[in-house]
Design a protein around this ligand. Structure first.
Ligand SMILES: *[C@@H]1O[C@H](CO)[C@@H](O)[C@H](O)[C@H]1NC(C)=O
Length: 440
């Protein structure tokens, strides 16, 4: 049972594919709303993953951004009953529920029926620790707080989490309302009532915080990342795909790949500024700009491509791509780590500030374009963008060289984790063994 959002559904589906490929005799029912079936119904899944739906009891994707509180209220209160009715109908009856941590009622439904539940946390483990220790912020006088004056203060007392500036913590960036905060408390109160916890992360990327969480929770924690679609990254021939042909013709590591997420949070003015900054920098680029393609094409000159969509992992793994300008969505970041590509970060919302902090300060595989002290409505100027993009893509730059070396190191760690005997591989096997044993 994934949370109804793209960033949640994708890693959960990747998990399901991984589990069924390792253990072909299990059957997975992947539950989505009817609206989401329309979005993902045409994706090819193995025979032992079947899609099932509950009615559209929550507001449509199209209006969710306009009323986030209403959307989350509905998720917390309206989905449980149809989910239970679906479980009653399933044949064979389910013997394990894997549910997004933001859907605590799924654990409750499992508890009521004595069906074990695995809680799936779709964000970085460090963010889990922040929410888990939210009371420490209040105790340290950091919540509630006037951000504009104190956003640069360091928070260094969250167990397992390295020093993070206040403004990078999610509740500040996202202006989380008291109502949503209340829901998050409820989400976390149900975690100990699950039988296990799954992270899409890689142990080596967040070992400090995962060790802390393992020592604090009595339930097993499995790190099963990166949960990206790497299985299919090179199966398609490049003939016929314009952007791959274009990449094929560019020099090695010369292209900046740009994807800023869904755009909902970026102003048109900021997008235009990035476009002009790119043109000024003279850097080669490929930009996934969804609906904005036509407008941006005109603004950013002819050094690059603006496309409405692309196979992201395939682009990131292309030898011509040498950098990634990103809003720091956690799924995208794991793909770029896998590909060994360094980052220019532009975080705005939710977990993005913490992810940027991990990239820049913990892993040292990127630079930050949008400064932490910038207000939400601050415009990063074309000059800043041009200057940093140019230095970032300069293969002769000493700082850049060290960053690229680290990115390759992280890539090795990531590939090692999914190889035979690696941390993710052993954790996935352990999870499969443990859930099978509980029904033997
Ligand atoms: C998961 O991986 C970590 C790191 O390699 C390891 O210490 C731990 O034992 C693994 N967990 C299980 C249950 O195999």
């Amino acid at each position: 049972m994934p949370y109804p959002g793209r960033g949640h559904i994708n890693p959960m589906m990747n998990l399901c594919k991984l589990l069924t490929s390792q253990k072909p005799d299990i059957l997975i029912t992947f539950v989505v709303t009817e609206e989401w079936l329309g979005f993902i119904g045409s994706e090819v899944t193995p025979d032992n993953i079947r899609l099932a739906t509950i009615p559209n009891v929550i507001p449509s994707e199209l209006v969710r951004a306009a009323d986030m509180d209403g959307f989350i209220d509905a998720i917390m209160t309206k989905m449980e009953a149809p989910f239970e009715r679906l479980m009653d109908r399933l044949e064979p009856p389910p013997c394990l529920i894997v549910a997004d941590t933001f859907l605590p009622w799924a654990v409750r439904a499992g508890n009521r029926r004595s069906i074990p539940a695995a809680s799936f946390w779709p964000m970085p483990a460090s963010l889990f620790s922040v929410f888990q220790h939210f009371d420490l912020l209040a105790q340290n006088g950091h919540y509630p707080v006037e951000l504009l004056e104190r956003g640069n203060e360091r928070v260094d007392y969250i167990p397992g989490v390295s020093s993070t500036r206040l403004a990078d913590l999610p509740h500040f960036m996202n202006r989380i309302s008291p109502r949503i905060l209340h829901h998050i408390h409820e989400d976390f109160s149900w975690v100990p009532k699950a039988q296990s916890l799954l992270f899409p992360s890689i142990y080596e990327l967040e070992s400090q915080v995962i060790d802390v969480l393992r020592s604090k929770f009595s339930l097993p924690i499995y790190t099963v990342g990166p949960l990206i679609p790497y299985g299919k990254s090179n199966d398609h021939p490049s003939a016929g795909i314009d952007y791959i042909r274009w990449l094929d013709s560019q020099p090695c590591s010369s292209v900046l790949y740009i994807s800023m997420g869904s755009f909902l949070s970026f102003s048109g003015a900021q997008m235009d500024e990035i476009a002009v900054g790119l043109r000024m920098s003279g850097v080669r680029f490929i930009w996934v700009a969804r609906g904005e393609t036509d407008r941006l094409k005109d603004a950013c000159g002819d050094m690059g491509l603006v496309v409405p969509w692309c196979e992201q992992l395939r682009v990131l793994c292309h030898s011509s791509v040498g950098g990634f300008l990103t809003h720091c969505g956690w799924n995208s970041v794991r793909e770029a780590v896998f590909a060994g590509v360094p980052f220019l970060t532009f975080p705005l919302l939710m977990d993005q500030g913490m992810v940027s902090n991990m990239i820049v300060e913990d892993w040292k595989v990127g630079w930050r374009l949008r400064k932490v002290e910038d207000r939400m409505d601050h415009l990063v100027t074309r000059e800043e963008i041009a200057g940093l993009a140019q230095k970032f893509m300069d293969l002769e730059d000493d700082e850049g060289r060290e960053m690229r070396r680290r990115a390759k190191e992280l890539k090795q760690i990531c590939h090692g984790a999914i190889d035979e005997g690696g941390s993710s591989q052993t954790n996935i096997s352990a999870f499969l063994r443990d859930i099978s044993q509980s029904y033997a």
